[in-house]
Design a protein around this ligand. Structure first.
Ligand SMILES: [Zn+2]
Length: 414
């Protein structure tokens, strides 16, 4: 690795806007203070790609840690998961059995215990930031600062509690909507900066894209599920209410996993509310490179750029590229280049989705390997005599843009 690229990486504020260390904590009781085995290339559910030592090695300064609890229909689609009840009754009791909101709070608390732990003889690895002021105080520590962790939530089903229930009938009661809004505010008050509206199944706020790309569906049951899936659906009955309240609170709205129509509806709501820098995409690819409805169309990249948001590139081959290969670093770089070409250098960010039961590229398998990305960005040439990206542009991609949006959009505005 060139010394200059490595120095630039070390100096830059590196931000991962979407990763799931919390899943490894709440499902498998992994300690984030332990490094976590040798690098795991292929899909491997028990690997630990965002342990604190790996984040530290990879120069990550801020991680937006996505909290997520499994949706009830997933247990129907993957019946094996029901075995969890016998294998790990405690995980079942904390994460699967309770109403979604209570289960998400359990995951949040388990993550906070990890972040607050001190390992004897080692410096503190991480610290939780519940506001922009706390985040800036951590980052002010420079090289010696712990890794800042900010809570986010993936899937608005996590807002559903006892009244709203786990299955979604067509129309929620007024009491269910009240409960959803109260739970949203509880998350915000606990320091949750961002909510990804959609995940795998429709919730009261929105409909999602299908879980997997059509190209990789191995089982007949998934192909049948795809045929039943409605990609033309938009926001759900609580969509407008929840998104509007998020704008009021100062909670970032993440349109990842939303259907194309739902995304367009969120953009319109932002325009009507006159807000800037509140709508983002945390872990996506580009339709121009892989024409999946999950990925962003060019006009959306432009919209996010014009409205002060960011688009975080996902580190997952089957969303990034039309034909899968084991390696993907080049496609991460190509997708970032496309974001910048279409939306300008203020829009590009990194949302690895590490530890989210993903299969990352074989040439960038965990957080410790992130300097490889900087090396590629640094070495990209626009002409034989000129680097394609200057140091400042690379700093924006690595974290500057994400940080700018958080500082401007998280929290109630004066
Ligand atoms: Zn996701």
């Amino acid at each position: 690795m060139s010394e200059e690229a490595l120095a630039l990486h070390r100096q830059a504020t590196v931000v991962d806007v979407h990763a799931h260390p919390s899943l490894k904590v709440s499902l498998f009781r992994r300690s984030l203070a332990s490094r976590g085995g040798p690098p795991a290339a292929a899909f491997s559910p028990f690997s630990l790609r965002t342990s604190f030592p790996r984040l530290e090695e990879g120069g990550v300064d801020l991680l937006l840690s996505a909290l997520h609890v499994p949706e009830a229909p997933l247990l129907d689609d993957i019946p094996l998961l029901k075995l969890l009840r016998r294998i790990t009754p405690r995980v079942w009791a904390e994460l699967v059995a309770p109403p979604y909101f209570a289960a998400t709070m359990n995951a949040l608390e388990a993550m906070e215990v990890q972040v607050e732990q001190r390992v004897p003889g080692q410096k503190r690895f991480a610290r939780l930031a519940r506001s922009v002021a706390e985040l800036d105080a951590i980052l002010a520590g420079g090289d010696e600062a712990p890794i800042a962790i900010v809570h986010t939530v993936e899937g608005a089903h996590c807002l559903q509690g006892i009244v709203a229930g786990k299955r979604v009938p067509d129309q929620p009661s007024a009491a269910a909507i009240d409960e959803i809004l109260a739970n949203l505010e509880s998350f915000f008050n606990r320091g949750v900066a961002l909510l990804t509206l959609a995940h795998f199944y429709p919730n009261y706020v929105t409909s999602p894209c299908f879980q997997f790309p059509e190209t990789i569906l191995p089982l007949a049951r998934w192909r049948q599920a795809l045929q039943r899936h409605d990609i033309t659906a938009g926001l759900g009955p609580a969509g407008e209410t929840v998104v509007s309240r998020m704008f009021e609170l100062g909670m970032l709205v993440d349109i990842t996993h939303c259907t194309p129509l739902a995304r367009a509806q969120v953009y319109t709501l932002a325009e009507q509310a006159g807000v800037q820098g509140r709508v983002v995409a945390t872990h996506v690819g580009a339709q121009a490179i892989n024409p999946s409805p999950y990925n962003l169309a060019e006009w959306e990249i432009r919209w996010l750029a014009d409205h002060g948001g960011f688009a975080g590139v996902i580190f997952m081959n089957y969303w990034l590229m039309p034909h899968e290969t084991p390696f993907g670093l080049n496609f991460i770089v190509r997708t970032l280049a496309h974001f910048i070409e279409v939306g300008g250098e203020e829009v590009a960010a990194l949302g690895t989705d590490f530890d989210g039961f993903t299969d990352p590229p074989d040439d960038l398998v965990d957080a410790s390997q992130l300097p490889r990305l900087t090396r590629h960005l640094y070495a990209a040439m626009a002409s034989p005599s000129q680097r394609r990206y200057g140091d400042e542009t690379i700093r924006k991609i690595l974290g500057g843009n994400a940080l700018r949006v958080l500082r401007a959009g998280w929290g109630r505005q004066a």
